[in-house]
Design a protein. Sequence first.
Length: 319
Amino acid sequence: MLPIIYWILKQNFFQPSGLYGETYNIVSLTNIMLSPIKTIGVFYSSFIITIYDSFTYGTVIVIFAPLIYCIINKWEDTTPIIVNKSIFLVLGIIAFFLSVFPYLAVGRDSLGYGAEWANRDELLIPFGAAFILYYGIKVIAYEFEINKKFQRLFYSILITAFILCNFNNYVEFQRDWFKQLSIVENFKSSDIINNNTTFLFDDKTYKLNAIDRWYRFYEYSGLMKLAFGDDNRFGENHKAFITFGGRNTIQDYAIATTVPNYNLSNYNLVSPQYKVTIKEGKYKPSLLGTLRTLIYKWFNNNKFHSRIENIVSLEFQKL
């Protein structure tokens, strides 16, 4: 109900403006009618695929699952009969649909497909998904008379897989942040960045980005603001610049200069001056290396800064 209440309040008191004033989150009858069908796709991509992807850490799961098993083996499910478990399973399915319906109703079709930041629309999914997973296994175990110890072992494997998957995600975001700090340090030492205002970036270190994303123009502008303390520089992914608006012109971004959050308040529209290639530096951070770098941040500041500076390097081409 919360998204529906929020939508009612937004429609009456918090109308979007600027870049999103006309088309952002518009409810349509077509989207409402198609939402039950689209929910099946969301269930597959955000539930089935999520579980499947969590098992990519097989060897580590085998190591830690026994520990989780020892913990939950002391816990007893007191839900009395199969009817209750079936009811909870149905409630989970209903909760899942209600959690995705508000997003599907406004056309957020990327919901559940892991398309970079689109997973932010999955915020309400875990509640219903947890009921479906837990009580779905309970119902199946009851029907096939599976021993409770095997049930607990299976739950232990699932919990371990989810913990490791989430841990890996957090480390990926930490590595992404270290890469951004490295970009900032390279900006600071570059006269070209300091003395010019408009850049196109070709990121060859894409694998260091969390959730397989590419940096947006407001991220590059924010990084340059962090480096120099002003908001008069613009940067964009070179491929995105070519396709944005279909005209390949800096004028396509004029409206962005009116939005303070994009860090372009004092930027004057100038055609791109340099193409900046972001390349791998001398230090190539693995996931374990990222954890070591984090430890250096706490206990060895000099080594931390040395690693940060060498994660990326910049190469310039005048346009």
